[in-house]
Ligand binder design. Structure first.
Ligand code: ADP
Length: 525
């Protein structure tokens, strides 16, 4: 028998309960005495029912059953003591009535106790859930508000009934509409984060949100539209004015209850996104600035490239024009030589025009034309282009084709630009080399059947350790009038088409540049 069958052994019994239980036991003892030792001929045992009723609230289910058992036992004992085992019929009937009354009372008490316990448990659950809700509400770092939207909902529904279908238009035509709506949304409660968001305001000063909603804030109207359209939730970005006058950007979420009756307690969540928005704005600005800077750098690089590339054909034009002049000045003029010079002038002009065209196509992002290019033809064409320069610098030019594979699908002008760059650099590098040793060897070969290579080997001083490291970086130059852009542009141009450009010192001396072009990649393109 757990704790004598008390309903709650840990709880101290009240005076009423102590009195009731004591009285119940006294009554039980009295009834037993009267029933056993007096001659009263009535169902005295039914009075045990009062004992049960008096103890009902204090005892548990088991306690009640036990007490009922004791009372029935006492009644039976009194019967046996008074009448023996062969008592008369009337006494037996009185005992039966008394026992039936006790059993029924006992069952009713147990049923009542169960209902009472269920109610107590339900109340306890409700209380703990309410406490949990309060704790979450109070301690959340998200600003939470409990607002009464019932009035504003009623107002909006009335408008709908009166035929308003476009709330935005209605707000435009009724300038007071928004402030009327704000006045209809009182705040029931706000947590600490919410008060902090508004600038550590007093909870008593936030009954109305009127002074905290920014004048130009369009989100409140959107929120009204969501209620107007009976949507289940609303999410938007809004602006609020804190008590110190600063504007804060907030992410606003409102979940509307399914039951219209609960619109008097709607939870509104606000999250301060001011810093995030500012950081994002700064990021966008930085990106735009970077894009501007990168465009400027590209244009700068292209101008540098143009200047570099045009330098050669323009120089050749001047030389050929001077030569032409000399042939014309002869007496008689050598017209055949004049014609050759004129042809070279036309060719150089064409080249200059091609360079500009290709740069423009790069700028204009038009697709350059990929076509089969014979490297043997390209090298001999380039040699012819640079003939004047080679002659003047007294450089011997040799070519060798070590492979049958010498046609690639490529952009002709690009390959030619690379080749001209390499040859021009080689010529310039040999300025201090004795004339009889100035030599450029261009070899066309194939490394592994997958790519074609063109090597340019000169007999100059070769590449110093430091320059070798930075050769392909923009603006790396050892020349007084150099830009240091040529090799870097050449490498990017080849790499963009799956090719490579590398530099090394040749074992026999001089610099060795090698460009490769993948045959397959070019074909696929
Ligand atoms: P630039 O010709 O304007 O200097 P480049 O990018 O074409 O720019 O060349 C960068 C540098 O690489 C040159 O200044 C030079 O020092 C070095 N260089 C290039 N080709 C050779 C070569 N064949 N021999 C020695 N040095 C070279």
């Amino acid at each position: 028998m757990r704790s004598f069958g008390l309903a709650n052994p840990k709880r101290r019994l009240s005076n009423y309960e102590i009195g009731a239980v004591s009285f119940a036991f006294l009554l039980a003892a009295t009834v037993f005495y009267l029933d056993t030792f007096t001659e009263i001929q009535s169902a005295l045992a039914t009075l045990y029912v009062i004992t049960l009723l008096l103890s009902a609230e204090t005892l548990t289910e088991k306690g009640t059953l036990l007490l009922a058992g004791i009372c029935i036992g006492l009644s039976a004992l009194s019967y046996i003591a008074g009448h023996g085992l062969h008592g008369d019929l009337a006494a037996a009937l009185r005992l039966t009535v008394a026992v039936a009354a006790m059993v029924i009372t006992c069952l009713l008490i147990i049923r009542n106790q169960r209902a009472r316990l269920a109610l107590i448990k339900f109340n306890a659950d409700l209380q703990s859930s309410e406490e949990r809700y309060r704790t979450i509400f109070e301690q959340s770092r998200v600003a939470l508000w409990e607002r009464d939207y019932s009035q504003v909902r009623a107002l909006l529904m009335k408008l709908r009934e009166n035929g308003v279908s476009d709330l935005h238009a209605h707000a435009r035509n009724n300038p007071e509409f928004i402030s009327d709506c704000i006045a209809c949304v009182p705040t029931v409660a706000a947590n600490a984060a919410a008060l902090e968001l508004l600038g550590h305001v007093d909870a008593r000063n936030i009954k109305s949100m009127r002074r905290y909603i920014a004048q130009d804030d369009a989100t409140f109207l959107d929120l009204m539209v969501a209620i107007f359209n009976s949507e289940s939730y609303f999410e938007g970005k809004g602006a609020i004015i804190a008590s110190d006058g600063t504007t804060k950007l907030v992410l606003l979420t409102v979940g509307f209850p399914e039951d219209v009756a609960n619109f008097n307690r709607v939870i509104v969540g606000m999250f301060d996104i001011t810093e995030r928005e500012m950081a994002q704005k700064a990021l966008f600005e930085a990106q735009a600035e970077l894009a501007r800077a990168s465009r400027a750098a590209t244009i700068g690089a292209l101008s540098a490239s143009l200047a570099h590339e045009l330098n050669q054909p323009l120089g050749a034009l001047v030389v050929n024009a001077q030569t032409l002049q000399r042939w014309l000045d002869r007496d008689p003029p050598d017209l055949a030589a004049v014609s050759r010079s004129a042809e070279r002038i036309v060719r150089d002009s064409q080249r200059a025009s091609d360079i500009i065209q290709s740069t423009r196509s790069l700028l204009g992002r038009r697709n350059p034309v990929i076509e089969p290019v014979s490297l043997i033809d390209l090298v001999s064409e380039t040699r012819a282009l640079m003939e004047g320069e080679l002659l003047r610098s007294r450089v011997a030019f040799e070519t060798s084709a070590a492979s049958d594979m010498h046609t690639v699908n490529a952009v002709r002008i690009e390959l030619q630009q690379v080749l001209i760059n390499l040859i021009t650099n080689a010529v310039q590098a040999m300025a201090a080399t004795p004339e009889e040793h100035r030599r450029i060897l261009v070899t066309i070969g194939s490394a592994d059947g997958q790519e074609v290579s063109v090597k340019v080997h000169d007999s100059g001083p070769g590449l110093g350790a430091e320059i070798l490291q930075n050769l392909f970086k923009p603006f790396c130059t050892t020349k007084e009038s150099g830009l240091g852009m040529g090799l870097s542009i050449c490498r990017s141009m080849l790499e963009a088409r799956g090719g490579t450009l590398t530099a090394a010192n040749h074992t026999e001396g001089g610099a060795l540049f090698e460009m490769t072009m993948p045959i397959e990649a070019a074909v696929h393109e």
